[in-house]
Design a protein around this ligand. Sequence first.
Ligand code: ICE
Length: 529
Amino acid sequence: MSVAEKVLDQYSSRVYKNRKTHIVEINNNENENQIAANVRTIPGIMTQRGCCYAGCKGVVLGPIKDALQIVHGPIGCSYYAWGTRRHKGKNAEGVDNYLQYSFSTDMQEPDVVFGGEKKLKKAIDEAMELFHPSTIMICSTCPVGLIGDDIHAVAKWAEEKHNIKCIAFSCEGYKGVSQSAGHHIANNQLMKFIIGEGDRKIESKFSVNILGEYNIGGDGWETERILKRIGYEVVSVFTGDSSIEDLKNAHQANLSLVQCHRSINYIAEMIETKYGVPWMKVNFIGVKGTIETLRNIAKYFDNEELTKRTEEVIADELEKIIDDIEYYKTKLKGKTAALYVGGSRSHHYQTLLHDFGVSTVLAGYEFAHRDEYEGREILPFVKEDADSKNIESISVEPDPEKYHLYLQKEVLEKLRDEKLLSYYGGMAKEMEAGTYMVDDLNHFETEEFLKLLKPDIFFSGIKDKFVAQKSGILSRQLHSYDYSGPYSGFRGAVNFARDITMGIYTPAWSFIKAPWKTAPILTGTLGGE
Ligand code: ICE
């Protein structure tokens, strides 16, 4: 029985059938690494996914430092999003910073029965009195959607009464299948109410936005440092350590760099469509990843001076870290890892692990779509053929992100059958045959896979972290980096290697044994007398 079968075999037949489609043993034949993704979790299964509110407020809006964000809902929702993701922000002159605060309407039963709009208005009045923000964001959580409070009307009321910008986000937790729906809602509102409003003068010919960079543990700062050294002007970062003013000016940049493709691709597309700012995918995680990315950006701008400067900075940065990298390679080479994160990191971090010779035995996403696992089908050559109603699109080189070829379904099937298509991007490509790709890995499967695959380290989230640690396996969070970071760029790679080396060489994990395995829980004598 394969490892996957051993895990699946313990399920009831209905669950077995469902989960089987989410677990793939990587095959050398690219066409066979097909996986089910972005669908509802079976009710009752302990998923590690987040909710729509988590994706909207927790992920995309949370890091904007000068928007006062009021969570309209029970206090727990706001408390959960309070600092847990470690998106850092610096104080800047003239820019408010509310990152330390947790604002909530603390919804109670009477509000559910009689409506919560009054309470929300009162919260806005109070916030105005105490903090005088120029922007307020309202994020609703589950009960608000169920009772039908009109937060958009309240936002309008607040704008008129207080002469501020007030934006409402209907991101009730139960919407969609995961936090992905929340990203979408946040993206739409930012585009509608903020982006495009600024008129800051951009001096540089080489100006960029960094999209999908939330400055977890300071990642965005490291990326910005490198870009600025080369000579780029960073107009805005979405949304790590950002201010509303930066976001308003995003449309003025020459190019958008998209680090996390899952949470902010909608904005990248919309800015391109509306303002003509092109975008490209980047990856600042990993030394090789960073170098490749910097070269690609230079290639886009196609300027001799910039290209030269790029190479100089790469050489200089490398020189400073090379001894550390070589040292950590000797410590980490041959180790194995399992990775389970939300949408893009399970993929990006494989690049960084490969830098140090660590291989992945299992990797998965909470909410990615199929193309992030399998890659996109591409035709390695361009062929014109688009004269039918029954058409399907297919990406083509040289830029599979942007160019699509429209083909008849039957033609496409035929190409698939004849194995004339290849795959672009995707996680499967990074992984070796015989390893596992799992979508929406749940609590039970985490325990079982860890038992069977015994990785040296499990990169996890806050909920699944303890499952690993209790079973004696080192775990580090890739969502918040526990208490460390940055892990991006050149210096980040060294931080990352140092942290996992410390972890792996700490013997503590091998001492962990459940107490009932070494001593009886109940003591006493059975029987009479
Ligand atoms: Fe993108 Mo945790 Fe960020 Fe990704 Fe996204 Fe989330 Fe962060 Fe994770 C995120 S935005 S909060 S890179 S929702 S670590 S997809 S799950 S992998």
